[in-house]
Each structure stands twice: as structure tokens, then as C-alpha cells.
Design a protein around this ligand. Structure first.
Ligand code: ADP
Length: 447
């Protein structure tokens, strides 16, 4: 097992990884930018190194600085968390060539799955349904028009290297598609350094269901059941839960089995999530693999009792998975609300600044993963998520009640947060009766 791990991330996920390491008796080295200097979680690490200015490109994304910190700090492995370098196959390769283990999949698997077109081909070969669309990147307008005609409008233009819900556009007819293709290519080039785009049929009012899986270096691939992340705003997840409500058991098992087949075909190791869309007739379609730990991983931890970060560390250190598929339990219902520093009354404008007062909820079944505290200053430089509130109760109705109670206890003063918005969603019959789709929030509240 590793003696020391460097955490190449910040905020709540850095703290989450520090905690997992401390539980395992592993020392931690954490890196931080000038904007994160003074964050309380840094004190929980054994060592902390400043690696540059606030801008991610000058600090958290700098290979050279992160690797130097790992070398100076004597770390044997790097945990990338999510975002920043987590899905950078080149970084994973550089780490390993510097004799530092990267806690994630092999760089070859990551590179293949990171290209959504290649991932679609792989899924198809593994016998998993994919959303009808173009075979590979769109080369020109004529081809785009032909493919769109075949699959039928509306179509979705997606960036091959896209992520975080960015770089997607809906085209409802030929006219829109013509102008949108070029714009999408330019945007993708600017945002991801790769202008390749492809077309997918726009699935009408889908649900988002994803499967958490883990794989070791001995070919064992196990799924840890599904999460429903249908409650989204602008393709960004707001609330995640497990199990997926109102999903027939045979569909659930088919989706979980498909996820395992894809990861086996990719020679995947470590934790990964396979995402699917489910239409109203319970047809499911693969959309992508996230080759990293995800924000919503605690939902799965609560229902299975398995610590995913510890599992990632163990398999990266060469240990076999400590459980088999048939050992994985699924108990009760877990729900997570992402607490963002945004003003729901003002078009979700980011709300940076100092948290003056804060009260954290507790009680049975409540977990709050956050690096924030009274006096913490939310930086405008990073993602607006300041914490995740997770509950675990025997039934969905009890979990919703518990989440509402916990949200009403959670006080964060000095900045605006999404807490009141979550309370509204949780009280809405479409949510309580699990009748929602990925467009529910926008249709109901934000337009
Ligand atoms: P990203 O990598 O940017 O997160 P995904 O492919 O995971 O992109 O899609 C994110 C969200 O976008 C999905 O959860 C869903 O809400 C929506 N979406 C993606 N593909 C489709 C599609 N073909 N039809 C309808 N909605 C889609």
C-alpha cells in the first residue's frame, strides 16, 4: 500500500480524499493555488504546497508543478479527484512514467473513452444500445444534413471531447443545423482544443441513469448499482439518487450489466461511471463513460456501504477488489443535493464572497461533504459547488423528508446558495412522484 498520496485537487473532493487516506493510515500531500491559501482543509494534510496563482491553468492544471510537488513531498501516487487533470490521459501517462501511480484507469482506456465517438463504437461492439447518430465525427455540412435526415430531427450536436454539459446544441431543422454545426465546431475547438463534433438523435424527455463500477488489475469488473441524475439544470446535475425510482428491475439489471460489458471491453481499471439515457418506454442508450470518481459518488457509498475512494486507492496499489458482484448490497434510498454558491432568484448567478455564519445539519442518515466553514471565502475562480448534502433512509419518501429537514437546518449566511431551490424541487409532485425528465427543472422554473 502507498505510504503517501498527493491530492491534485481542491475543495470538497480534496477534503474527501484526505479523509479516506487518514482512515487508511496513508499520509497526504495537498497542493493549492494562491486563491485557496488559508483554506482550513489544508491543515488536515501532512504537507501542503502552493503551486501557483488562482487560475487553474497556472496551478491545478500544471503537470510540471503537480509532479514536482509529488516528488518533493515524496508521494507514491496522485489522486486527481474530479475536474482539472482527472480525465487527462496524457497526465496519467506522465505520472506513471515518473514512477508515480495515477489513481485512475490506464491512460489508454482513458484516452479511448474520453473520445465520445470512440466510446460509442466500443459500446456498440459490446452489444450495448447507443443513441442513434453519426458514425464518428462530422466532416462537413452535407454529411451532417444526411445523417440528421436519417435519424430524424431534433438532433443534438455534441463535442467529441465535451464534458460538464458544455458544447451541446439542439437543432430542430435543417436551417438551424447548417448554422449550428460551424459554431459548435468553433466552440468545441476553443473550449476543449478539439473541434470534432458528432450528431445524436435528441431523445425526447429522457431520464439520466448512470452506473457506478469499479475494476481491479486482475480483470474483475463489478457494478455498484445505478444512480438517477435526472434532476438537472442546463445539463448540469442538481440532485442525484439511488436507486433510480420507477425503473423496472429487469431494465435496471440490463443497464448495470451493459455498463460492466463496456468497461471490460475497454480494459478498464479503477472507478468509473457509465452514463445512459432512458426514454419513456424504458429503452436505454449509452451516452458516455466518466473515467474518474464523480461528484455524486456518496449516493452509492450510502446505499452499498462501500467507500469508493478507499477502493480506488486499493486497486491502484495493485490489490484485488475486496468484494464480488454478489457481495454488493443495495440498502434503502440515498439522495444528494449539490449546494452551489449561486443565486437561484437571480438566474443562478455565481455568488462568491465570505460566509459569515454557517450551521451544518446532522442527525440520523445525514452526511455533509464540504470544505466550507464560517469565515471561508468562496472564490470566483472555481466551480460554484461548496458542498454536497447527502441523506440515506429506508425509503424514498423518508429520504425526501429527511433531505427537506436537513436543508432547512443548513444555514449559510453571507452568500446566496441553491438551498431554497432544492427545497422547492423536493416539494414538487413531479419530483416526489418521480415523474421528471431532464427538462423538468427548466420547464418548471427557469425557462
Ligand atoms: P457531458 O459530458 O457534457 O456531461 P453527456 O453526454 O453526459 O455530456 O450529457 C449530459 C446531459 O445532456 C444528459 O444527462 C442529458 O440531460 C443531456 N443529453 C445528452 N445527450 C442527449 C441526447 N441524445 N438526447 C437528449 N438529451 C441528451
Amino acid at each position: 500500500m502507498f505510504k503517501r498520496i498527493l491530492i491534485a485537487n481542491r475543495g470538497e473532493i480534496a477534503l474527501r480524499i484526505i479523509r479516506a487516506c487518514r482512515d487508511m493510515g496513508i499520509e497526504t500531500v495537498v497542493v493549492y493555488s494562491e486563491a485557496d491559501r488559508g483554506s482550513a482543509y489544508l491543515e488536515l494534510a501532512d504537507e501542503a504546497y502552493c503551486i501557483g496563482p488562482a487560475k487553474g491553468a497556472d496551478s491545478y492544471l500544471r503537470f510540471d508543478r503537480v509532479i514536482s510537488a509529488a516528488e518533493v513531498g515524496n508521494a507514491q501516487a496522485i489522486h486527481p479527484g474530479y475536474g482539472f487533470l482527472a480525465e487527462n490521459a496524457h497526465f496519467a501517462e506522465v505520472c506513471r512514467s515518473c514512477q508515480i501511480e495515477f489513481i485512475g484507469p490506464p491512460h489508454e482506456a482513458m484516452a479511448m473513452l474520453g473520445d465520445k465517438n470512440r466510446a460509442r463504437v466500443l459500446a456498440k461492439e459490446a452489444g450495448v444500445p447507443i443513441v442513434p447518430g453519426s458514425d464518428g465525427a462530422i466532416e462537413n455540412e452535407t454529411q451532417a444534413l444526411r445523417v440528421a435526415k436519417e435519424i430524424g430531427y431534433p438532433v443534438l450536436i455534441k463535442a467529441a471531447a465535451g464534458g460538464g454539459g458544455k458544447g451541446m446544441r439542439v437543432a430542430v431543422n435543417e436551417g438551424v443545423l447548417k448554422t449550428a454545426i460551424q459554431q459548435a465546431q468553433q466552440e468545441a475547438q476553443a473550449a476543449f482544443g478539439n473541434g470534432a463534433v458528432y450528431l445524436e438523435k435528441y431523445i425526447d424527455h429522457p431520464r439520466h441513469v448512470e452506473v457506478q463500477a469499479v475494476a481491479d488489475q486482475f480483470g474483475n469488473v463489478v457494478h455498484l448499482w445505478e444512480r438517477d441524475c435526472t434532476t438537472q439544470r442546463r445539463h448540469q446535475k442538481l440532485i442525484e439518487e439511488s436507486p433510480a425510482p420507477n425503473l423496472p428491475e429487469e431494465v435496471r439489471r440490463a443497464i448495470c450489466g451493459s455498463a460492466v460489458r463496456i468497461l471490460k471491453a475497454a480494459h478498464y481499471t479503477n472507478a468509473g461511471t457509465v452514463e445512459f439515457l432512458v426514454d419513456r418506454h424504458f429503452n436505454f442508450y449509452f451516452i458516455e463513460v466518466n473515467a474518474r470518481i464523480q461528484v455524486e459518488h456518496p449516493v452509492t457509498e450510502m446505499v452499498t456501504g462501500i467507500d469508493l475512494i478507499q477502493t480506488q486507492i486499493r486497486v491502484a496499489a495493485g490489490e484485488p477488489l475486496p468484494f464480488r458482484q454478489e457481495d454488493i448490497e443495495h440498502r434503502g434510498c440515498a439522495i444528494e443535493c449539490r449546494i452551489n454558491a449561486e443565486d437561484p432568484a437571480n438566474k443562478f448567478r455565481p455568488s462568491a464572497g465570505r460566509i459569515d455564519r454557517m450551521f451544518v445539519p446532522g442527525g440520523p442518515g445525514v452526511r455533509f461533504d464540504s470544505h466550507a466553514y464560517p469565515g471561508y471565502v468562496v472564490s470566483p475562480h472555481y466551480d460554484s459547488m461548496i458542498g454536497k448534502l447527502i441523506v440515506h433512509r429506508p425509503t424514498r419518501a423518508e429520504a425526501i423528508a429527511c433531505m427537506k429537514r436537513a436543508l432547512s437546518e443548513l444555514r449559510i449566511e453571507g452568500i446566496k446558495t441553491t438551498v431554497p431551490f432544492h427545497l422547492e424541487i423536493l416539494s414538487h409532485p413531479v419530483f416526489t412522484e418521480a415523474r421528471g425528465d431532464t427538462t423538468f427543472v427548466e420547464r418548471t422554473w427557469t425557462g
